[in-house]
Structures are given as C-alpha cells and as structure tokens.
Design a protein around this ligand. Sequence first.
Ligand SMILES: NC(=O)c1ccc[n+]([C@@H]2O[C@H](COP(=O)([O-])OP(=O)(O)OC[C@H]3O[C@@H](n4cnc5c(N)ncnc54)[C@H](OP(=O)(O)O)[C@@H]3O)[C@@H](O)[C@H]2O)c1
Length: 216
Amino acid sequence: MRIGVLGTGIVGTTLASRLVKNGHLVRLGSRTVDNVAAAQWVAGHPDVSGQGTFASVAGWAELVINATGGLVSLEVLAAAGAHGLAGKVLIDVANPLDFSAGFPPTVVAHDGLSLGEQIQLAFPDALVVKSLNTMNADVMVHPRSLSGSHSVFVASDHSEAKQIVSALLQEFGWTPGEIVDAGGISASRGLELYLPLWLSLMGAMGSSHFNVAVVR
Ligand SMILES: NC(=O)c1ccc[n+]([C@@H]2O[C@H](COP(=O)([O-])OP(=O)(O)OC[C@H]3O[C@@H](n4cnc5c(N)ncnc54)[C@H](OP(=O)(O)O)[C@@H]3O)[C@@H](O)[C@H]2O)c1
C-alpha cells in the first residue's frame, strides 16, 4: 500500500521504518520538500521511500498517518488539503498536549472535542481512526517486545477503516485479541485524556517502555 506519514519526528520515522519493513511504499511529509530528518530517513530506504510536502505526500498516498504535534495537526492537515485526504483512511496518532505551563501538560480540547473528533469534523470525507497514541513509538511497532498481552485501541465512525487499521496493526505484531475497538471517534476523548496518566506512569517507572491491558 502507498502510505503517507505526515511527521518527521520519532513517531513518524519509527512507523515509516516498520511499514517499509512490512512491504509498503512510504513517503514522509513535512513543511518543506527538503526536510533534513526526512532526507536522512529516505537515504536508509532509497528504493521504497520518498519525501515531500504534507500536500504532495497526502495526495500520493492511499492511506495517511498523522504523526505531527497535536497542537499543529489541524494546521498540518489543512496544508495537506481536504482533497488529498478524501476517501482515505487517516490514522491519527497525535496527542494535543500543551506543556507551556510545565508538567503535567494540559490535554487541549476545543468546545470539549478531542483532536480526533476535530479532525473528523474538519475533514468529513476522510475516514479518521484514532489509534496508537497511548504508547511510545517503539511499543507501537514492536508490541511483542513487552511481556504478555496488552492493548491497542482503535476509535472511528468508519468500521471498514477500523478493519484496515486492524490489519496494519497485526502486521506490526498485535494479535486480534489485543486490538480493542473503543467505539466511535468520540472515544478519542478518553484515549487523549489518558496521556497525563501515561506520563505519570512513565515518571514513576523511569521508563516509557510499557503499556496497559484491557482484561475481562
Ligand atoms: N513520542 C512518542 O513516543 C509518542 C507516542 C504517542 C503519540 N505521540 C504523538 O505523536 C505525534 C508526533 O510526535 P513526535 O515526537 O514524533 O513529533 P513532534 O515533534 O511532535 O512533531 C513533528 C512534526 O510536527 C511538524 N511541526 C512542528 N511544528 C509545526 C508547525 N508549527 N506547523 C506545521 N508542522 C509542524 C514537524 O514538521 P517538519 O517536519 O516540517 O519539521 C514534524 O513533522 C505527537 O502528536 C505526539 O504527541 C508521540
């Protein structure tokens, strides 16, 4: 599949590398066509990867991942363009965290809406799926690096999009039983509000290499 990853940080490059390993064609999107981080990543995967602006990468892709800072994601997706996102699965990995007043951060919501909901509202023709925002980048793509069973959430108003994302997650190593359907895109509220707890746990444990499990 042609997958466009918007974001050149640790999350974007980690997801992009794993997707390439799994046989996908991947391009990294950024504000500038010659972004240095993207160029370094592309140099490591010259035959199957590329880079470009947010708009060119979204337009090229069959599936788009938002791995940009949560406070700029709507701006990034506007730059990508509604046309480039229409009809496509858009995986939103971002967390709208405001660290400007220190720790713990504020989870920013506008009119009580999570970022996932705001993205779906702003781009009604995109099939937005909130997922993978509740763990660190390495755990996202190497779930078997943790002992035992643990959970990854998917939230979306589009059941067919959830199935596509579930298939990608299984390629990363998640088992079907570990992929928890949290409901519609409004479930993004809880998935984003979990972040202050995740950050507290990280501080208490001195490590970001952990996750939680939903058990019955
Ligand atoms: N770190 C983790 O393990 C982790 C885990 C779960 C979720 N997340 C979430 O994943 C997202 C990505 O995190 P990250 O640490 O990899 O990257 P990041 O530093 O939060 O974001 C990097 C991207 O944001 C873009 N960007 C920054 N300022 C911008 C602006 N003013 N306008 C437009 N674009 C701008 C950058 O564009 P350029 O490429 O042009 O510089 C870059 O591509 C975040 O929302 C984060 O909360 C992170």
